[in-house]
Design a protein around this ligand. Structure first.
Ligand SMILES: NC(=O)c1ccc[n+]([C@@H]2O[C@H](COP(=O)([O-])OP(=O)(O)OC[C@H]3O[C@@H](n4cnc5c(N)ncnc54)[C@H](OP(=O)(O)O)[C@@H]3O)[C@@H](O)[C@H]2O)c1
Length: 262
């Protein structure tokens, strides 16, 4: 029976780069996102270039009923999924009190609830299959608070902690869990988060999605628990451990606020 990697948010950015890096290594894929046109053309291109099976499923991960439909289909199809990549994510920058509540809710649904539900449902199936691997995409934002983008940063802290907890629990079932914490990466994320990153764009800190994906796939092959591409990001992730919390809050605000000004 062929095995598949399921990637959420595979229609652009990091998810697309991960899909390509894995197809290059001969993995069959199930791509999940909302945009049919993007998924259709990515699936046919990757299948043609790398000779692997690439399926896609439309699912709005902010809508629990659509996730139920996806999970039912996966169960009925009896797909053998041995790698789950929970990559889809949303972020909205700006003052918390001025955010549209429906945007906030969608962000929390996609970043935390959908991700947790897929870990639960597919983790269970992997345990029954005798093993598997899960990669959750958090962010360097997971390591400290992010004033003016507070709920996004908090949602990524949740992903980091959930993943590290599950890594310890699920290893008893042969399921390996890793968490990816990228720093700033050139994707559509900043535009959809309504962030102004024009200064960051030109800095060496910003990575390309392909670089992050290659680093990640290699780290996954080594079953690394915590994947942080680039030394600058590793330094940023260490900073909160060396800095008093009051100072970290102030610094985080100073760093985040300029990016949230349109
Ligand atoms: N770019 C960065 O600097 C950066 C840094 C750290 C962490 N991250 C994280 O990396 C992950 C990927 O983001 P990206 O940078 O690649 O951004 P992106 O290019 O905007 O990609 C986001 C992906 O998520 C999907 N998505 C969004 N909302 C969805 C929903 N409701 N249902 C299903 N799919 C949905 C989008 O597909 P559709 O629109 O087709 O649904 C798209 O494929 C996110 O978790 C993000 O938080 C990004």
């Amino acid at each position: 029976m062929p095995s598949y990697t399921l990637i959420t948010g595979a229609s652009s950015g990091l998810g697309l780069a991960l899909a390509e890096a894995l197809a290059r290594r001969g993995r069959n894929l199930i791509l999940v996102a909302r945009r049919r046109d993007a998924l259709e053309s990515i699936a046919s291109e990757l299948a043609q270039r790398f000779g692997v099976q690439v399926l896609f499923r439309l699912c709005d991960l902010g809508k629990p009923l659509q996730i139920s439909g996806l999970l039912l289909e996966l169960e009925e199809g009896d797909w053998h999924i041995d790698l789950l990549i929970n990559n889809a994510g949303r972020g909205y920058a700006g003052p918390f009190l001025e955010q549209d509540w429906m945007h906030e809710l969608e962000q929390l649904e996609v970043n935390m609830l959908a991700l947790t539900r897929l870990c639960h449902a597919l983790g269970k199936r992997m345990a029954l299959q005798g093993g598997g691997q899960i990669l959750n995409v958090a962010s360097v934002a997971a390591f400290h608070p992010g004033p003016w983008m507070s709920s996004y940063y908090a949602s990524k802290a949740y992903v980091l902690h959930l993943s590290e907890g599950l890594r310890e629990e699920l290893r008893h079932y042969g399921v390996r869990v890793s968490v990816l914490c990228p720093g700033p990466t050139r994707t559509a994320f900043f535009r959809s988060a309504r962030m102004n990153v024009s200064r960051l764009e030109r800095s060496a800190w910003m990575m390309n999605a392909d670089q992050v994906a290659l680093f990640t796939v290699r780290a996954l092959e080594k079953n690394q628990p915590l994947i942080i591409p680039n030394w600058r990001n590793r330094l940023l992730a260490t900073l909160p451990r060396l800095t008093p919390r009051w100072l970290m809050r102030k610094l985080a605000g100073r760093i985040t606020q300029p990016f949230t000004k349109r």
